[in-house]
Design a protein around this ligand. Structure first.
Ligand SMILES: C[S@@+](CC[C@H](N)C(=O)[O-])C[C@H]1O[C@@H](n2cnc3c(N)ncnc32)[C@H](O)[C@@H]1O
Length: 301
């Protein structure tokens, strides 16, 4: 299933491409840059300085998101309970062999990653980390229901390539695990994903586009349960959806991915959604695209 090809991205950091999913693990603009600007900066980690936090990293891959998180929380002396879900051990094996990857972080990240690779966990005074290998749709059930996460990173391949981790049924399991005021963070700005998260009762926000990439209108989505809007400050990396983004959610693109028994194949999930789109009275996504002068290339969802 997992033939992987090494990819050098524009910020000088390495990533992988999956032949099976026909997609890169990271944006070609930069693997480290993507992790930092979409996941780490959005996490607002200063809230947890010298405090404890629970984090769930779905689709751990090479581990950029967890490594960058660990790097920051080590420096600010937070106590971290980390769970990671991943179907394939090979990307982590690759990371552990890649000195230039390991050098990006404080040395303790290597120790933790080695332990995750060899025995699926790591524990010391500050950290308790577990990685659950297998299909996230199944392994998420192993996480004790008493644990609510302050941060959930959702970094699967795009919904069109790997719809299994973007369906209503899976996202509803994920949403159940979110703490009050916890952030579910994803790079995806897909209307289907956003509408699903909103329908699950979460407040959704857009990750602000970064200045050097003006062509993209969003860097992703943050979903929060019971967010106190008075706390929506300028220094946060996310904000309310624009009118254009709200209108995107009124189009056929917002029709969700469905996987009733959480074991459907990619093709079945995609086919079901196409059928639903065909019979839907929602606005055509092309009309929305034309209205907002959007080309297909100008958005990665
Ligand atoms: C875009 S990459 C993740 C990038 C990652 N966060 C990183 O820092 O490298 C997607 C990952 O999802 C994993 N994956 C695909 N389907 C999965 C599933 N059903 N359950 C768990 N992991 C899955 C792939 O093996 C791959 O490592």
């Amino acid at each position: 299933m997992s033939e992987l090809i090494e990819v050098l991205t524009k910020d000088g950091t390495y990533s992988l491409r999956s032949v099976f999913f026909q997609e890169n693990f990271h944006s070609l603009l930069g693997a480290l840059e993507e992790t930092k600007s979409k996941f780490t900066a959005t996490s607002n980690l200063q809230r947890f300085k010298e405090k404890s936090l629970n984090v769930l990293d779905i689709c751990f891959g090479l581990g950029y998101n967890s490594a960058s998180l660990l790097n920051e929380v080590i420096k600010q002396k937070s106590y971290l309970n980390l769970y990671a879900l991943e179907i394939d051990k090979k990307p982590l094996k690759y990371s552990l062999r890649k000195e230039s990857f390991l050098k990006l972080w404080v040395p303790k990240v290597r120790t933790i990653f080695e332990s995750l690779y060899q025995k699926n966990d790591f524990e010391d005074h500050f950290f308790k980390c577990n990685i659950l290998w297998g299909d996230a749709r199944e392994k998420i059930n192993i996480i004790p229901s008493s644990i609510k996460f302050d941060l959930i990173y959702l970094d699967g391949f795009s919904p069109q390539k790997c719809p299994q981790v973007w369906t209503i049924e899976f996202l509803s399991k994920v949403a159940e695990k979110l703490n009050t005021n916890g952030y579910l963070i994803t790079y995806s700005s897909s209307a289907a994903v956003r509408k699903t998260l909103r329908n699950l009762g979460l407040e959704i926000f857009t990750i602000k586009p970064s200045f050097n990439k003006r062509t993209f209108w969003s860097q992703g989505t943050v979903a929060i349960s019971k967010f106190d809007k008075s706390k929506l400050k300028h220094d946060l990396n996310f904000e309310k959806l624009s009118l254009m983004e709200e209108e995107h959610l009124l189009t056929k693109a917002s029709i969700p991915y469905r996987d009733q028994d959480l074991n459907s194949s990619k093709d079945d999930i995609i086919r079901r959604r196409l059928d639903e789109q065909l019979f839907s009275n929602l606005l055509s996504t092309n009309i929305w695209r034309e209205k907002w002068r959007m080309t297909k290339l100008s958005f990665k969802s």
